[in-house]
Design a protein. Structure first.
Length: 128
């Protein structure tokens, strides 16, 4: 496993992309509308991304923003074999949000581990 990205919930991805783009010298690498949200990936020098999550209307990110406010939503780790990563998590008695891989942004397969089992951190596994 290796670091892939940190997901940041925001109500204004454009403004945050401008801010982080300037602060971190991080250009927009990818942008799309996906699963009820606008997703913007900023490429970090040395590897990895900031993923900015802006809700279109309703959905899980809108609910998160209403409940928690803007900020870090999840940490994503790249894996070579997502089903094996999920099996390894189950072997460690980690509760899973996704029992099976599902489509994620940028065409990747993803699955999430429940933060109640991972020290309060929502962990995403990403298979490129």
């Amino acid at each position: 496993m290796r670091f892939d990205h940190v997901g940041v919930a925001t109500r204004d991805a454009t403004a945050l992309a401008d801010l982080f783009g300037g602060l971190l010298d991080a250009p927009v690498a990818h942008e799309e509308a996906f699963d009820g949200m606008r997703v913007v990936f900023l490429e970090l020098d040395g590897g990895g991304y900031f993923e900015l999550l802006e809700p279109d209307a309703g959905g899980t990110i809108a609910d998160y923003l209403d409940r928690e406010g803007p900020g870090v939503h999840h940490v994503a780790l790249a894996v070579d074999d997502l089903p094996t990563a999920l099996d390894d998590a189950r072997d460690l008695d980690i509760d899973l949000v996704d029992e099976e891989p599902r489509p994620g942004a940028w065409g990747h397969e993803v699955a999430f581990c429940h933060p109640g089992s991972t020290g309060g951190v929502l962990v995403e596994f990403v298979e490129h």
